[in-house]
Structure formats: structure tokens, C-alpha cells
Design a protein around this ligand. Structure first.
Ligand code: RRO
Length: 311
């Protein structure tokens, strides 16, 4: 069975990788990804300067997923850019995505200029959907601001770029956002980020389970799979075919991975499951996918990608 896929001409030996933020904040964690069955890796969303993020506890496992309000703790762009450029020499065939989450347009443009001036040959993912920085609304929900940012970014940056989107919940939003995105030479979109500002409660203690923002945080895991499937499907039906899709959200099993590809995902990311199981999750889920494909008589991902049937 052939599990290979491509994203903007980068060759992935498997379609599964980490989601930004999970197991990718330090060189130790990133090296684990290189040694796993992941087909590629993405680094923790970076800002120009290092950040410590929100106070602990800021991540909790839930019965069917997770809640987080990390608040963008990261080592700063240069740390991840240096790692990516060094790894390109030792692992030339391993696709690397750099995630950026500048706190202003100017900061994003400065980071893009640094990337462009370096030897970086991977893909850049601009995170327009962090739900957890106090006082900073998710850009992906402000369509005018999104268009302004993309206009400025594509005037500056001439290398392959994708964006990480928040989940949308209305068909009119899918229409509006796709209309904007189709005006730009995006390499890919990544959908979805966590479902922002959920609230989980410990019934016994009557308290929230995380501290920042009064307990509100981004929800991931099985809770969000139907939202992820819908967002991948809705954007695949609306976007220019040249814009590829990374599907993220709620992948626990090979069946979940199959379903996201059936909705049109070119590459699939795991967040909560990777946080809970560590890097062995890649091999487990991919083995489950191979069994499903063999049973159905599919030899490649292209045999079923985007082929969801409706009633
Ligand atoms: O660091 C975070 O709190 C965080 C980010 Br930047 C994001 O994009 N998504 C998320 O769930 N957490």
C-alpha cells in the first residue's frame, strides 16, 4: 500500500504529521518527530521574541479530547528557523513547516522577511487562529483583517505559504472566507485549529480545569472531529484546486484519518492524540489506515481522496 502524498511539491512518505503546538516546541521534541512514522513536521507557532505563555495549569486531558490555553509559549522564530535549516541538511527529504503567529501585521512581515532571507526551503504556515492570547481576537473570524493581512503578506513574501484557520460553523462563512482565499496564491490551508473558548468543569470540585482566561480554552480531540470533517469538506468544495488542504481535528484512529482524506485532505495532522500517546500514535494510526485501505481495495490515497458520497 502506497501512503505517500505531496504538499506543494514536498514529498511525504506518510500523510500524517503533528499539529502545530504539540510535541514541537523544543529540539528534543522535534527530533522525536524526525524519528517517527510522521511524514513531515511543523514547529510550534513562533513569535519574533521567545514567550513564556499563560500560567499553569494550561492544558488538560478530557474524556474525549483536550482543552488548552497555552498562550503561545515558544522559543522565538530564530530557534525554529535554525532548527529547520540545520535539519534540511541532515534530513533533506523530510518536509518541514514553520508556523508563525506574530501578534501584529508588522511582526508577521518581519518574520517572513527573516525566513525569506534565510536558506529555508520548507513551507510556511501563518497561524490566523490562536484562540488563547488574552486581548487578541482570532484573525480568522475578522474577514476584513484577514484580507488586509494576506494582501500585505503576499506583497512581501514570494515563497510557499499556507494559513491555519479557525473552525467555521455557517455555510455563509465558508462562502465568504473561500471567496477571500481564492484571491491569493496560497499553497494550502490548514483546517481546523482548536474550537476556541470552550469550557470544561470538574463536577466534584466545581472548578475549571485550566487557569488562564477563567477556564476558557481551545477544545481538541474527538469532540471536534465532525467540525474538522465539515471544514475540510466545505473548503474543498469551494477553494481553487491549486490550494491544497491540511486536515486537522479529532483524529484518533485510522478510520478518522481515512474520513478526513475522504473529505479532501492532502495531509492530516494530529494534536490531542499525539499529546496523549506520544509519537507511537503515528505508526498505530497509519497501520489502522492500511488495514482499512486493504479491506476496501484501495492502493493509494488518491483512490479515495475527496470522494465522499452524499445521499
Ligand atoms: O499556544 C496556544 O495557546 C495555542 C495556539 Br498559538 C493555537 O493556535 N491553538 C491552540 O489551541 N493553542
Amino acid at each position: 500500500i502506497d501512503l505517500t502524498t505531496t504538499l506543494n511539491k514536498l514529498h511525504f512518505k506518510t500523510p500524517l504529521m503533528n499539529a502545530a503546538g504539540v510535541h514541537c516546541a523544543t529540539t528534543t521534541e522535534l527530533d522525536d518527530l524526525l524519528d517517527s512514522q510522521a511524514g513531515g513536521l511543523v514547529t510550534k507557532s513562533a513569535t519574533l521574541q521567545p514567550r513564556t505563555g499563560n500560567p499553569d495549569p494550561r492544558y488538560a486531558n478530557l474524556p474525549f479530547g483536550s482543552i488548552n490555553s497555552m498562550g503561545l509559549p515558544n522559543q522565538g522564530l530564530d530557534y525554529y528557523l535554525n532548527y529547520a535549516n540545520a535539519t534540511a541538511l541532515t534530513h533533506p527529504d523530510f518536509p518541514i513547516l514553520l508556523s508563525l503567529a506574530g501578534q501584529s501585521l508588522a511582526e508577521n512581515l518581519q518574520m517572513l522577511e527573516r525566513i525569506q532571507a534565510s536558506a529555508f526551503s520548507g513551507l510556511t504556515e501563518l497561524n490566523l487562529s490562536c484562540p488563547n492570547v488574552p486581548g487578541k481576537p482570532q484573525i480568522g473570524y475578522d474577514f476584513d483583517q484577514m484580507k488586509t493581512i494576506l494582501t500585505a503578506v503576499f506583497q512581501t513574501f514570494n515563497q510557499p505559504l499556507g494559513i491555519k484557520l479557525p473552525p467555521y460553523f455557517d455555510l455563509a462563512q465558508f462562502d465568504l472566507v473561500a471567496d477571500i482565499l481564492n484571491q491569493f496564491p496560497l499553497a494550502f490551508i490548514n483546517t481546523i485549529n482548536s474550537v476556541g473558548n470552550g469550557l470544561f468543569i470538574n463536577l466534584e470540585t466545581e472548578t475549571t480545569v485550566i487557569k488562564p482566561k477563567g477556564g476558557f480554552g481551545g477544545i481538541g480531540g474527538s469532540y471536534v472531529k465532525p467540525v474538522a470533517l465539515a471544514n475540510v469538506r466545505a473548503f474543498r468544495q469551494r477553494l481553487n484546486p491549486a490550494i491544497q488542504i491540511i486536515g486537522t481535528g479529532g483524529v484518533v484512529s485510522g478510520g478518522d484519518l481515512f474520513e478526513l482524506i475522504l473529505c479532501g485532505a492532502d495531509v492530516v495532522q494530529i494534536g490531542t492524540t499525539l499529546a496523549q500517546e506520544g509519537t507511537p500514535a503515528f505508526g498505530r494510526i497509519l497501520t489502522e489506515l492500511e488495514r482499512i485501505m486493504a479491506q476496501k481495495g484501495y492502493a493509494t490515497l488518491a483512490d479515495f481522496r475527496g470522494n465522499l458520497k452524499t445521499l
